[in-house]
Design a protein around this ligand. Structure first.
Ligand SMILES: [Zn+2]
Length: 372
């Protein structure tokens, strides 16, 4: 019997829109910049505990203080506009007061010196940079090419997914530490011959091989989380999202995140790719993981038959019967086609997202869900 696909019904929610002239947009800018500035100032004060060792090597802390300077002054500027325009004034008060505390703690003039590396630290720097970068890139894409034009940025459960976003980024050093621990346990399985052979291949081809190796691992890891009864409640947390956008992909049980990252890290290290190839793979994988959850509809042309796109992964999140337990792949459609789990009705998008059995709607309930 053929399935009757339906259109998703997304209604306008004017009370959630950041309409210009009402003080909501300026309130959002002020509160965001104020909170990020305060977090950045704390990271400058306690870099050993609040910044990521690997990431510090990539950015220039002195140059970022210039960005912080603009962030703080703009937060005050938007805060004043909000206090004038917005009746509630809450966001303006949050923005202005957090910026004033940031100024009182030293603001953008805290001297930058050598940092003692600690094995465990909170990735406050990683959180700030990822949030700023992702908001600019993916909110722009979602506004330029929306699938659901009337879906507001601050949709239902945005706050819950933002909490997941913060935790995933703050715990980066924990995830890396566990990944490195797992890799070290498998040192005996590393082969110099294999690594030598792989590293003699041009980097661009190494990236392609890394994508396919990781895709294979992620396919079976993901499929196991769906089809093994005891594992599903962990992954159900990720599927409890009922509105798709760039923030939605952040929702994931920490137990699954640890297993997933460690498995991919182990596979890639065993094959022995060049560092440049690994860096390129990690960047592509991170961007693709966000894009496929986005509320965007871009005409991908023939690419949509080869690579995992938003439409493809949205189908994976659908609670409609033909889509259940399909589209497991993370990068290419290869393994879904090969192992019979491919579902892509190109003319249609899902009408319903989420799990068939509803999960708790808060962080604590979702964290404890697999243990009940
Ligand atoms: Zn899934």
């Amino acid at each position: 019997m053929s399935y009757e696909y339906q259109e998703r019904d997304v209604k306008k929610q004017p009370d959630r829109e950041l309409t210009f002239g009402t003080g909501r947009f300026s309130g959002f800018c002020s509160a965001t910049l104020g909170c990020l500035s305060l977090a950045a100032v704390l990271a400058y004060l306690y870099p050993s505990y609040l910044t990521t060792t690997d990431l510090r090597a990539v950015y220039d802390a002195n140059k970022l203080q210039e960005v912080l300077k603009y962030g703080m002054w703009f937060s005050l500027f938007f805060g004043v506009i909000t206090l004038i325009l917005n009746k509630k004034k809450v966001l303006g008060i949050i923005g202005v007061s957090s910026t004033l505390i940031a100024f009182a703690l030293g603001g953008y003039t805290i001297p930058v010196g050598p940092v003692e590396a600690k094995p465990l630290a909170l990735g406050v720097d990683w959180l700030i940079l990822a949030f700023l970068g992702s908001t600019i890139i993916f909110t722009t894409l979602e506004k330029l090419f929306p699938k659901y034009k009337d879906q507001p940025i601050f949709r239902d459960e945005w706050g819950l997914d933002f909490l997941y976003f913060c935790i995933n980024h703050l715990l980066i050093s924990v995830l890396l530490l566990i990944g490195n621990f797992v890799v070290a346990k498998f040192h005996w399985a590393m082969s110099d011959t294999l690594q030598g052979a792989v590293q003699s291949i041009p980097v661009i081809y190494q990236v392609v091989i890394a994508l396919i190796v990781a895709d294979f691992i992620l396919y079976w890891e993901h499929r196991s989380f769906h089809e093994v009864g005891k594992l599903w409640p962990f992954h159900a947390v990720h599927h409890s999202v009922e509105t798709m956008d760039w923030m939605a992909g952040s929702r994931s049980h920490i137990g699954q995140t640890i297993i997933e990252r460690s498995l991919v890290m182990l596979a890639l290290y065993l094959v022995g790719f060049d560092k440049a190839a690994l860096d390129a793979y990690v960047t592509i994988a991170a961007l693709q993981a966000i894009i496929i959850h986005c509320n965007i509809n871009v005409p991908f042309g023939p690419i949509k038959y080869l690579f995992v796109t938003p439409q493809y992964h949205h189908w994976h999140h659908s609670s409609e019967s033909p889509a259940i337990d399909t589209n497991y792949a993370a990068h290419t459609t290869l393994f879904d086609r090969l192992f019979g789990t491919y579902h892509m009705p190109v003319e249609h998008w899902p009408a319903h997202y989420g799990t068939t059995k509803r999960l708790p709607r808060n962080f604590k309930g979702q964290f404890l869900y697999p243990f009940k």
